[in-house]
Design a protein around this ligand. Sequence first.
Ligand code: SIN
Length: 334
Amino acid sequence: MQPANSLPRVRLLATGGTIAGTQLLGGKRGYVAAALSADALLTAVPQVAQLARLEAEQVAAIGSQDMDETVWLKLAARAQAALDESDVAGVVITHGTDTMEETAFFLNLVLRTEKPVVLVGAMRPATAISADGPMNLFNAVAVAVHPEMRGRGVLVVANDEIHFAREVAKTNTTQVGTFRSTHRGLAGLVHSGRVHLYAAPVRRHTAASDFSIDGLAHLPRVEIVYAYAGMRPELIRAAVQAGAAGLVLAGVGDGNVNAACRAAAAEAAKAGVIVVRSSRTGGGVVERNIEIDDDALGFVAAEELNPAKARVLLQLALTRTRDPRAIQEMFHVY
Ligand code: SIN
């Protein structure tokens, strides 16, 4: 075994979530998210001390349904500060699973680093029968210190799987195997700390990204509008009236909406709001000019990004430009 002081340094940034949750006592259903501190999480997995010298920092203590741009910007700043320390090998972030894919993708686009950044959560609270958090955390640290994980962008580790931030999505309300990377597949597997690498990420990220949090106090407002049979255009107009600079349509099928909503979205685009067509289906590519004439209507196609991730990219894109053509190019690149 390596002497403790020669082990790599890893910064653990805790934000809450079920991984830090405790079950209600007295036979009541449910649990309280974000009840345990970062140090308490580490105490539950003494084995991580064999992998790394962990330094815990509590950045937030929330269920990830309450994650927002304020915490994103603070988290990104704390992660960047840790990554900029030359002898920190990587960063592990504990996070609720509900919005983990959005935070992971945001960090994947703004952090300037080649070092591993690993988000980890759990589907069962820390005090539940067969809690999944301790093994997930152990595996996350193993991935963060693995030399071959450099340059792979931000990752999500759960249920023995390593996912790329861009690809991963939560697909099940309760099962421990909730995370899936349906389009381009897994980054790898990790069994009891042993890492098996598969693919490399294909899209631009982290050190090569054009986005950053430098000088950003807030992110542009982007709303998601969900499409359905009989959808009415009022919600699109309401989002614009509320001040949205961008709009993501969680469209039916290939990112489509009915004629009335298409007209309302085109009106918004004409007024300078960036309209991105994504799909509510959970899979597939939304391409330009197939079912909808994006060129004529001034829309942007989200390609593979689900609505939540399309929103993240659009928020960052809007920090650079309001030109839909330039933003479409970003959806090709990131
Ligand atoms: C949350 O996202 O904070 C709650 C659910 C979870 O962590 O699994």
